[in-house]
Design a protein around this ligand. Sequence first.
Ligand SMILES: [Zn+2]
Length: 156
Amino acid sequence: MALLPILTLPNPQLRQRSADVDPKFLKTPDFQVWLDDLIETMWKADGVGIAAPQVGSPLRVFIAVDGKTPHVVVNPVVTGKSWRMEDGEEGCLSVPGKYGIVRRYRSFKIKCLDRNGEKVVHEPTGFFARVLQHELDHLDGVLFIDRAKKMFNIHL
Ligand SMILES: [Zn+2]
C-alpha cells in the first residue's frame, strides 16, 4: 500500500469540479488498489473522510467514515435533504491548522455506487450526514471555509 500526497490550500486542484467515474473502471485492479491507498491515507492523517480531488484525482469519489466503517462513495447524487439544519465543527485535511462552525442539513440522502459498482443509498443523520456533505462539496471544488460562519486556528 502507498500513501497518497494530500493537497492543501492554495492548490487550485482543490477548486476543480470532478468528473463521474465510468463504472467499468471500478472493477479494475488499479482502481481497487488506489481506493485502498486512499483509505489508508485518510487513516494515517486521522481523517474521517477524504475526497479524490484532495489527492489530485478529479473524480467523483470519496471515503466517508461512519463509526469506524469507511464507506466508498462513487458518483453520488443527492436525493433528499432535511428542512432542519444544524451547526457543527469541521476541519479538513486540505486546510491544516484550522476549523470552523458550519451549518449543514441535519439529515441527508444520496444514492451512489459502492467500490464494486453496486447501487447504494445512504440516508444518515447527525455526524455522518455532516461528513457526507463536506466530502460531496469537495467534488464541486467547495471547501468548508466557504460555508463557515466562524473560523478558528488550532493551537497546539
Ligand atoms: Zn475536507
